[in-house]
Design a protein around this ligand. Sequence first.
Ligand code: BES
Ligand code: MN
Ligand code: ZN
Length: 503
Amino acid sequence: MKVTVKTCGLDNVDADLLVLPFSSRELKSEADKKLSGFGIELVAVKDFKADAGEVVVLYGCSSGSSSGRIALLGLGEGKSVDDWRKASLSIASKALDLKVEKLAADFSRIPVLAEATGQDISSLTSTFVQGCYTGSYRFDRLKSGKLDKKKSECKVKEIEELILCSEEGISEEIGKGAEIGRIVGSCRNMARDLVNLPGNMLQAEDLAKAAKESGKKYGYSVTVLQKKEIEALGMGGLLSVNKGSFFPPTFTILDYKPKGKGKLTVALVGKGITFDSGGISLKPAEGMGEMKSDMSGAASVLGAIEAAARLELPLHVIGFIPSTDNMPSGTAMKPGDVITTYSGITVEVGNTDAEGRLILADALTYAKEKYKPDVIIDLATLTGACIVALGNAVAGLFSNDDKLAEDIFMAGELTGEKVWRMPLWALYDEQIKSDIADVNNTGGRGAGSVTAAKFLEKFIDGHKKWAHIDIAGPAFNAKSAGKITGGTGFGVSLLIEVMKKWC
Ligand code: BES
Ligand code: MN
Ligand code: ZN
């Protein structure tokens, strides 16, 4: 999707669908004026309440686009960014259903609307554009169409162009926001593609290849450590999880350096389990297929690094992606095994299904030791317990630094990728004590996401600014959860927002 900014009225633009956004508060005062310009009387649309995300499509309007199609788009009260996001998602999704190629939106009143949300023009535009990317995303590349009457029925046609129409003085600000939204939105969708690819189509080496391609395209360096090098380094966590697999593991390092000296060095670590069967501690069959999404953390780290590079953020950002699948076999890691991680810390494997923390342990220590980052943030679909605690829409946040936690929380409020902080009190250490090794990888039933975080904390080697984000809930929408199912790319927008704040 191309995004363009035009300085002209909506009635002068050539598009398949014209969008007029209204908040419920201004419906009475503004709508009359706007609509009469298109030969529509407000009474004709009296059912339109401007609820957030509400769309009413009108046909046969007297002026405007060749198709004569106009959509009224509700912004709710127009006070919250969440309502804007909802609205943009909904209009983009609708436009896709209507097979719209060119979508034009009226952005002439964005200064007023931005003020009502307490946002600047550029940031609200970015939210809108990101929402359009999110709402118009479909994953249909694996549909052959062989069983459909018309082949075109199973493949959606992308929206080619999104046109934002405004006035002279504000178009630059809109343009700035549109560009950020375009980059973050497309990187988020790239992450979603990776998550949606099934386990038989995305192994560790494929994930590494995706990183390589992105690095080449956007000018940052990507190093892939192969099994031999991982062995030489002694990454016992990653190697143990990989023992049951037919495929070799990879450890990918994505290194984006800004032109000048970066203000900060940020390490982003992502869990890259391409499929989590649970290993010998096998998961139940029900819903196991969703575990193709267990590399969502890795996908979002890749998306965030790509976005950072494309936005040319003045930060040194390094991504770390340990990757393998977690499979049972005659050679697989077993419950009761004791393994030695890259840090030298020994771990008793209480449950082979607690594999994410084993591969992250190696990556966290490696990131801290080799790059001495100012900040470390890891993203992982780590525990089912986090879904029990916070549900499917919200991620769990753990941090040993209040300022960092606050920054991430605020970025969540702004981007809609919400996080809620949970504790890291020392009392939880009791649960992961081992009789025969330094630590156990499981901590019993209670507080499962906290004990997982406490486990990770042991591998950052005393680093003072670390955050762990458990995205088990929001990374993937199961079938029943709503219209657009599958990977969400949760984390890309959040990480970019946090990092932008540090620039
Ligand atoms: N990948 C899962 C966590 C998960 C569950 C993510 C559901 C998304 C949806 C993780 O590897 C796992 O299996 N965790 C175990 C830990 C337990 C064995 C201590 C869990 O949550 O049950
Ligand atoms: Mn698991
Ligand atoms: Zn897992």
